[in-house]
Design a protein around this ligand. Structure first.
Ligand code: NAP
Ligand code: GLV
Length: 315
């Protein structure tokens, strides 16, 4: 019962070594662990693929593959591969992946709320500049996406006293203190009352380019934007005019159209853009291994994996 690991970016050894104690029935330090492209062996052996941004086409020639388990939350890169076999596809849900994103969002919202970047600017200029205090209840945070990540970030921000609202495709049961909006018409209502906008949507045909000049214009003047989902959500050419014209005050960006963000890209040096290297919440083998092993065991036993992706919906 052989597993194939395939990733452009993640190393396989840490996943193999972390999974091995959870799957003692497999010989993961031997023939049951294969790695694309150099250690695939006989393609007919492979039953489960563990992938993170695999090379397009790499799963197409595996005749006995039963399921694809994604080592991250977002499956947009996988679904963009037109050769992806039509097999059960599961995304990662892991408590540390969720809490890592909540840490990032809370960090960025608090930094914007308290003026942390303004203090840093003042320090660089050798300027002692006190900022007025603000009640978090008067700071309206709007979260696009109320799934595994968005709902947890919303709960944490509401617990800190922020005025939190979220947007989803369908109506949802919401964490206490969070107001919900849904559907295309709900988006405009949320934007009109959002001082800090957080994007935690999956990248789909419907959400590509959603962070654009029209959306920015619907926010109150001086609002800030945090994009921790995918670079494809942001129309990059629309951001700098919105910042330079004062419609937006700041942007905190973890994800980009091209990653790594190319040298010379204007985001690197814009004074009101904060860049982080697609690192808001990396997958953590130690915390996700038990759930991943359970899903592998399900598939090897002929059952469906949990946390399935709806391919038509795109997430
Ligand atoms: P998820 O559980 O699938 O939740 C997605 C949420 O978005 C749901 O609430 C869904 O609405 C909503 N949504 C989807 N399409 C929509 C639309 N057209 N209009 C309105 N709402 C829509 O996803 P997740 O686990 O929270 O992750 C979100 C994304 O974060 C991932 O896809 C990935 O791209 C990104 N991510 C980034 C990092 C990083 O390090 N930067 C780490 C992990 C994940 P319904 O509830 O109605 O279905
Ligand atoms: C990271 O970007 C993920 O989708 O898990």
């Amino acid at each position: 019962m052989t597993l194939l690991f395939s990733s452009q970016g993640m190393g396989d050894a840490v996943w193999r070594d972390t999974l091995a104690p959870h799957l003692p029935e497999l010989d993961l330090t031997g023939p049951d662990w294969r790695v694309w492209p150099d250690r695939v062996g006989d393609p007919a052996d492979i039953r489960v693929a563990l992938v993170w941004r695999p090379e397009p086409g790499c799963l197409a020639g595996l005749p006995n593959l039963r399921a694809i388990l994604n080592l991250g939350a977002g499956v947009d890169a996988l679904l963009a591969d037109t050769t992806l076999p039509d097999l059960p596809l599961a995304r990662m849900i892991d408590a540390r992946l969720t809490s890592g994103m909540t840490e990032y969002v809370v960090l960025a919202v608090l930094a914007l709320h308290r003026g942390w970047m303004d203090w840093a600017d003042s320090q660089r200029a050798g300027r002692w500049e006190e900022l007025p205090g603000h009640d978090p209840a008067a700071r309206r945070v709007g979260i696009l996406g109320l799934g595994e990540l968005g709902a947890d970030a919303a709960r944490a921000l509401a617990a800190l006293g922020f005025s939190v609202q979220g947007w989803s495709r369908t109506p949802k049961a919401l964490p206490g203190g969070v107001t919900g909006f849904h559907g295309p018409e709900g988006l405009y209502a949320l934007l009109a009352q959002t001082d800090i906008l957080v994007n935690l949507l999956p990248l789909t045909a419907e959400t590509t380019g959603i962070l654009n000049a029209d959306l920015f214009a619907r926010l109150p003047r001086g609002a800030a934007v945090i994009n921790a989902a995918r670079g494809g959500h942001l129309v990059e050419a629309d951001l700098i005019p919105a910042l330079d014209g004062g419609q937006l005050s700041r942007a905190v960006l973890d994800v980009f159209q091209v990653e790594p963000l190319p040298a010379g890209h204007p985001f690197w040096t814009h004074p009101r853009v904060t860049v982080t290297p697609h690192n808001a919440s990396p997958s953590i083998p130690e915390s996700s291994a038990p759930g991943l092993a359970a899903n592998i065991r399900r598939v090897l036993a002929g059952r469906m994996p949990e946390d399935l992706v709806d391919r038509v919906r795109g997430y």
